[in-house]
Design a protein around this ligand. Structure first.
Ligand SMILES: O=P(O)(O)OC[C@H]1O[C@H](O)[C@H](O)[C@@H](O)[C@@H]1O
Length: 297
């Protein structure tokens, strides 16, 4: 991709992977072509809003542990495909940078991935459909992430998707996630059935891995110790996942520092399980997540 605006630079990042550096009028950001993973977003004058593990891999075939990995075309394990990579192939493959524009306030990056790009990727044979995914990243005081999937096959297909965002917090033990009150959820650490909704924001005192299905509205991460909140809005998403691995799971992950679990929480705008998306040939679907920082009030 040529003709980048002055605020956008395509350079070499960790592990020798190509990375797009954005230094816009209202925010800075960084996006690895590997997985189209946004690894940094810092509105001007604010600390980085996203968390990336100091132990992350930065290598082809492995996901980046942090920022916003894209889970597509499945979430978690793929039913009946025990060898398929967790969360699909989109986060394991290099995307194409298709466009970059700066309107003086926002910088917009467009990245794309097709079945041809993933042909050699682990898991491609487990979901053998012709598709195009276009990811639009609008960097500004608000970060907007839109994933549009188009079915270029001659038969319908179904997919799951998640923007698996790792938010940086001062301490997850003094962080709460609001906006999910009253919604039943699947607790991936308990049985398969839904757990009744709670009447208070989600607080963290142990490993947490919840899927809220049928939730089309956003949420907010309140980092009480820092006095900072991230307000999450969304469109085209009917589920939300909340995750923190806590002590033992963090220690068991090679790409996650043992003591890093206190500094992050994942709140994932998604369509998973019963909210998976089915597309007829030629049809498209767009899911958008929007993040904005505000003082906790
Ligand atoms: O380790 P990963 O494959 O990146 O998955 C990390 C986490 O992703 C999601 O939040 C799932 O709900 C969790 O069950 C999973 O542990």
């Amino acid at each position: 991709m040529r003709n980048l605006p002055d605020s956008v630079r395509l350079t070499t990042g960790q592990g020798g992977l190509p990375v797009v550096q954005v230094d816009g009028a209202t925010a800075a950001a960084e996006v690895y072509l590997h997985g189209a993973t946004v690894t940094r977003w810092a509105p001007t004058g604010a600390d980085d809003a996203l968390w990336v593990s100091g132990s992350s891999h930065f290598t082809a075939g492995k996901p980046i542990r942090g920022g916003v990995p894209i889970c597509f075309p499945w979430f978690g394990a793929l039913d009946d495909h025990p060898d398929a990579p967790a969360h699909g192939f989109a986060r394991l493959t290099s995307w194409q940078l298709a466009g970059a524009q700066d309107d003086g306030e926002h910088v917009t990056l467009t990245l794309s991935l097709t079945d041809a790009d993933v042909a050699a990727s682990p898991g491609a044979a487990d979901w053998p459909h012709r598709f195009e995914a276009v990811y639009t990243v609008v960097v500004g005081a608000r970060l907007s992430l839109s994933l549009t999937v188009t079915n270029h096959d001659d038969a319908p297909f179904t997919f799951e998707e998640a923007l698996h965002t790792y938010f940086a917090v001062q301490d997850v033990r003094t962080t709460e996630v609001a906006g999910l009150e009253g919604h039943a959820f699947l607790d991936r650490l308990a049985g398969p059935g839904p757990v009744p909704g709670e009447d208070a924001p989600v607080r963290f005192d142990g490993e947490t891995d919840r899927i809220y299905l049928g939730v089309g509205s956003g949420a907010a991460v309140h980092d009480l110790a820092a006095g900072r909140s991230v307000v999450i809005a969304k469109r085209g998403s009917d589920a939300t996942v909340v995750w923190n691995p806590w002590i033992d799971k963090a220690a068991a992950m090679a790409d996650f520092g043992d003591d890093e679990w206190t500094g992050m929480v994942c709140v994932e705008v998604c369509n998973v399980r019963d909210t998976a998306v089915s597309l007829a040939p030629g049809a498209s679907h767009t899911m958008t997540a929007m993040y904005q920082l505000s003082p906790t009030g």
